[in-house]
Design a protein around this ligand. Sequence first.
Ligand SMILES: C[S@@+](CC[C@H](N)C(=O)[O-])C[C@H]1O[C@@H](n2cnc3c(N)ncnc32)[C@H](O)[C@@H]1O
Length: 221
Amino acid sequence: MQSFILQLTEDGSHTFFLPEMDEHYHSTHGAIQESNHVFLNAGLFASPLDRWQIFEVGFGTGLNALLTALAATKQQRVCDYMAVELFPLSLEDALCLNYPELLGDTSLFQKLHEAPWNERVKINDYFYLHKIHADFTEMKLSENQFSVIYFDAFAPNKQENMWQVGLFDILFRSLKNEGILVTYSAKGAVRRMMQQVGFHVERLLGPPGKQEMLRGRKSFV
Ligand SMILES: C[S@@+](CC[C@H](N)C(=O)[O-])C[C@H]1O[C@@H](n2cnc3c(N)ncnc32)[C@H](O)[C@@H]1O
């Protein structure tokens, strides 16, 4: 991928900026704040399913994975976390990020980044990580396996090929009944694609700096 620059966001947490793409990994209004709002609070903690089986599109800095691992460990709930990433960060770059110090984490973040790719790894008694080094747009996913999907690709106007109806269809099928997909995007075109493949879509209050976000539920009664 391109070169990137470490930046502070408004809640004091870091993100990376990609100058050539003119795109950030997270909201400049607060990276940790955005991840907590969109993926943990509206996603993980809103799931009606007992088992935490997560799929993330875009592992990136590992921030969503770290917040989820911390929640699983605190609540003593076993979590299986699969994430796809085409352009993994180096360990050196990842360790520049200030998430561990802000979140009071002593070892999890480094373990997430040191975990080998393309195998399921036990991080601790509650968190299992399976990072897949691949192109999401060419991925096949088994059906009925996830309870929550964190859709965290770069914005639709920056990386349109990640936001296609065929890919939302694969994600929909990969969810269990009552599974949910959350994304920070609130674009009408994204909402319509999600509805087209079968999601019941809600527009929720967005994180600071964004009016809305989307949550889709797979629900067969
Ligand atoms: C918005 S960032 C993700 C932020 C990440 N979830 C985090 O917590 O830091 C989007 C991510 O998608 C990755 N990506 C871009 N194209 C991809 C592709 N075709 N397949 C898989 N990942 C891709 C980027 O490298 C980047 O890490």
